[in-house]
Design a protein around this ligand. Sequence first.
Ligand code: NAP
Length: 295
Amino acid sequence: MTDEIMFERVALIGIGLINSSIARLMKRDGLAREIVIYSRRQSTLDKAMQLGLAERAESDLGAAVEAADLVVLGAPVGANAAIAEAIGPHLKPGAIVSDVGSVKSAVIRDVAPHLPAGVHLVPAHPVAGTEFSGPEAGFAELFENHWCILTPPEGCDAAALEKIAEFWRRAGSTVDIMDAAHHDKVLAITSHLPHLIAYNIVGTVADIELVTDREVVKYAAGGFSDFTRIAASDPEMWRDVFLNNQEAVLEMLGRFTEDLAALQRAIRWGDGEALEELFTRTRAIRRDLIEAKQV
Ligand code: NAP
């Protein structure tokens, strides 16, 4: 499969759900000659090596990126600034630094200043995932039939951008290119706010003493269990998403609370028409998603 090789040496920084899925995909399709991994904890590196995800594990960031032609940052986004500072001096000229973070303006803000001239930053966000974490959670098919959004900073190298786009197409994704600030607004409403609502409702249920634990489990199928799946997502990852997309999330939260107040009023005044009209519109949105194969 050597004609399929896209990268000679790939360094995966963080080897959780997303980067371990990339490793599996690269191995399955022979996209990299050599994969080197770095993770914060030795136990994670050991697990990833047992799973056969890489040729080499490094506990030093500089050594991990040495001579790599592609570096993919796959830790929670709050860790990026320190990682970029540590890897900057060790990057080979012409290397591409990409990432998989769920927010994009903060990635450019935190990473770009640490990259030497001649190293190309191509931020990426595969819009695919599960509520599971760690190297065991990944699978090569994770990105198939999902979108991957690239947010090239101004002056981004065209060849590097195309190479990353080609990689994501080979992963089975459809590539979209947009400005980082726009990405952060779109994802604030489609992903970040739904997670915040799920975290909130599950927290509220947990705090209501009226409902015994036994009843919460017994009647969870009434809607609650769907929220618990989302609210089981990685705490560190989601902490960093909200801390690094503050402005857009707060803007969307403002809209959300206004609409929630309108619903509260409709219930108080017995305005069934308003309720039914909204629920009819939302049902149509679900149908659209099914047709677009996004559920
Ligand atoms: P994950 O499974 O929780 O794995 C995170 C990895 O990052 C682990 O290897 C962890 O190392 C390492 N890490 C954590 N904190 C670190 C730090 N301070 N410094 C260095 N390394 C650190 O995470 P994931 O779900 O793959 O998410 C990774 C990135 O993908 C995040 O930026 C997230 O926003 C983005 N993303 C996630 C999803 C999703 O559904 N999960 C979807 C799209 C994009 P140790 O295990 O060694 O501690």
